[in-house]
Design a protein around this ligand. Structure first.
Ligand code: ATP
Ligand code: MG
Length: 531
């Protein structure tokens, strides 16, 4: 059997991994200078955290999350899944009856789990359970009261009820479902609340880095396990200066990495005072052109009209350009906030483009939103998305006055863009060193092995990258390996060297060779390193 990585996930190997390390270390350094501290978060959380924070109607939550049952509710999850997947042939009332009985079992299990406090249903969950209960009862009555002559007649009704049960069973999330995190802002807010961080002085400034998981169609720059580096500012202030400083930090980070051609797009998407009216207006306008839109956009007219603005479909572009713009519908507070963010970006000398179509695919954003694109990435050219999310902490049960803003950088895409621009590590294995090891330590004979082990330790302590053969090799073969590993120097230890108290050092680029005592060897290697 041959194993392969799962579709959409990948290994990051040397020398690319050295670039990843450099990117991450730069983030630690730059974010640290802005007073941010690192938070390390769990990879999985209760599913409901993401349903609440990111939004149940978003693509991320409705179809991209990796969700699994927790042990205690696995039987419920299994039944739900069976109901959703069960095939019933047209007219097969016997199977429909078994399906109905399974639905009853599901409801009994849910009731028990509730009584044992294993689960606590949210409002949507309760709706689904009620729907399941009525549909199961109707289905039961329909099947048990039928007469032989009526079988064909009731099938349509049966099929409809079966479909209703499937739907309700699919939307039901029992309390302890777990999901691999599709993003980390929800977790940061959860942690903020859980640890009572609102009592800390000043704004709470946190950053994180690590893998996220979304079941998307894999392609260049889009993976199912991908990585983000993100930061969040939480506290009672929503001063535009915070927005501007967060963006400044981001741009400094990109600059430090020598990322070229990064473009900052900004927008304000209003708040709960002005956005609903705009969304309704947008929805009304979209209804008028419904027939001209693709299936995705048509669906979004109901679920999330703002997302239509995000469409990349060629034939929708002309239509979208004529839609009403949020900038013309901002309330006075949002307008003032946005103007001040722009002024503060100006104070910091940060160039930006205003992009009225910039909306984000997560429900929690409000007011300032931004995105950064970079070259070399094809159509997946966003390396960072972010924005303000003032109501989120409250939505998750935290203090009402809490404001928040943050961003998430797609590390995979950042790395890709750096590589495309020739800023990537192209050589080197350990610790991202250019070229191969500083020293290939060739030893010949048992006494030399022991001397070589000691020398290797002292060289490594001094920071040199040392390759020490684990077994004795013939001279030619050993030096041949040194060449293939692209070592800068071969240091040779044999009986002659031991007797004379020296080491033979050979520069492999030109073959020059000399005998040096240990102290001289160290100076020689140091000089070679800085040359
Ligand atoms: P996209 O336009 O790429 O779908 P998004 O709106 O889903 O982005 P966010 O959820 O805001 O993105 O995530 C922030 C950043 O994370 C993105 O700008 C992108 O760089 C990166 N990202 C998102 N999804 C993926 C993925 N599947 N693979 C790699 N990087 C991703
Ligand atoms: Mg996406």
């Amino acid at each position: 059997m041959k194993f392969q990585a799962i579709k959409g996930v990948r290994d990051i190997l040397p020398p690319e991994s050295a670039l990843w390390t450099r990117v991450e270390q730069t983030a630690h350094k730059v974010f640290g200078t802005f007073g941010f501290g690192e938070i390390r978060l769990p990879i999985f959380e209760p599913t409901n955290l993401f349903v609440r924070a990111v939004g149940g109607e978003t693509d991320i939550v409705s179809k991209e999350m990796y969700t699994m049952p927790d042990q205690e509710t696995a039987h419920i999850y299994g039944l739900q899944h069976s109901l959703v997947e069960w095939k019933i042939k047209s007219g097969d009332l016997q199977t429909a009856e078994a399906f109905q009985q399974l639905t009853v079992s599901l409801l009994v299990f849910i009731m028990q789990a509730q009584q044992e406090n294993l689960i606590e249903l949210e409002e949507v969950g309760l709706d689904a359970v009620n729907d399941l209960t009525t549909a199961a009862k109707e289905l039961h009555d329909l099947i048990s009261n039928r007469s032989d002559s009526a079988e064909a007649l009731i099938w349509n009704q049966v099929a409809e009820l079966v479909e209703r049960i499937r739907l309700a069973s699919g939307t039901l999330i029992v309390g302890d479902d777990l999901s691999l995190r599709p993003e980390a802002t929800a977790s940061v807010c959860r942690a903020y609340i859980e640890h009572g961080m609102q009592t800390l002085p000043g704004n709470v400034k946190l950053y994180y880095m690590g893998p996220m998981f979304r079941r998307e169609r894999p392609q260049k720059g889009r993976y199912r396990q991908f990585y983000q580096i993100g930061a969040e500012v939480l506290g009672t202030s929503d001063a535009p200066g915070i927005d501007a400083e967060v963006i400044e930090m981001l741009m400094s980070f990109f600059e430090r990495l020598k990322l070229k051609g990064a473009v900052l797009n900004i927008n304000s998407i209003g708040d709960k005072n002005c956005r609903p009216a705009y969304v309704e207006k947008l929805r009304a306008e979209l209804q008028k052109v419904r027939e001209l839109l693709g299936a995705d956009s048509q669906r979004r007219i109901e679920t999330n009209p703002l997302r239509v603005l995000d469409s990349k479909l060629e034939n929708e572009q002309g239509i979208i350009e004529k839609l009403p713009r949020i900038a013309e519908h901002l309330c006075a507070d949002c307008r003032a906030h946005y103007d001040e963010v722009k002024r503060q970006l100006g104070l910091r000398g940060i160039a930006y483009q205003e992009n009225w179509r910039l909306v984000r695919g997560l429900d929690y954003y409000m007011r300032t939103t931004f995105e950064i694109t970079a070259p070399g990435l094809g159509s997946q050219n966003a390396v960072c998305g972010g924005g303000r999310y003032d109501g989120l902490v409250e939505l998750l049960g935290g203090p009402a006055a809490t404001k928040g803003i943050g961003f998430a950088i797609g590390t995979d895409r950042l790395v890709l863009s750096l590589q495309e621009a020739g800023e990537g590590e192209t050589q080197g294995g350990p610790a991202g060193k250019a070229g191969g090891p500083d020293v290939y330590l060739a030893w010949f004979g048992a006494a030399a092995q022991s001397a070589a082990i000691g020398l290797a330790r002292r060289l490594r302590d001094a920071g040199f990258v040392v390759e020490l053969p684990a077994v004795e090799m013939k001279f030619g073969k050993s030096l041949g390996l040194a060449d293939r590993l692209k070592a800068l120097h071969a240091v040779i230890v044999g009986d002659n060297e031991l007797a004379a108290g020296v080491f033979t050092v050979k520069r492999l680029s030109d073959g020059t060779q000399q005998k040096l005592a240990e102290a001289e060897l160290f100076s020689y290697l140091r000089a070679a390193r800085t040359a």
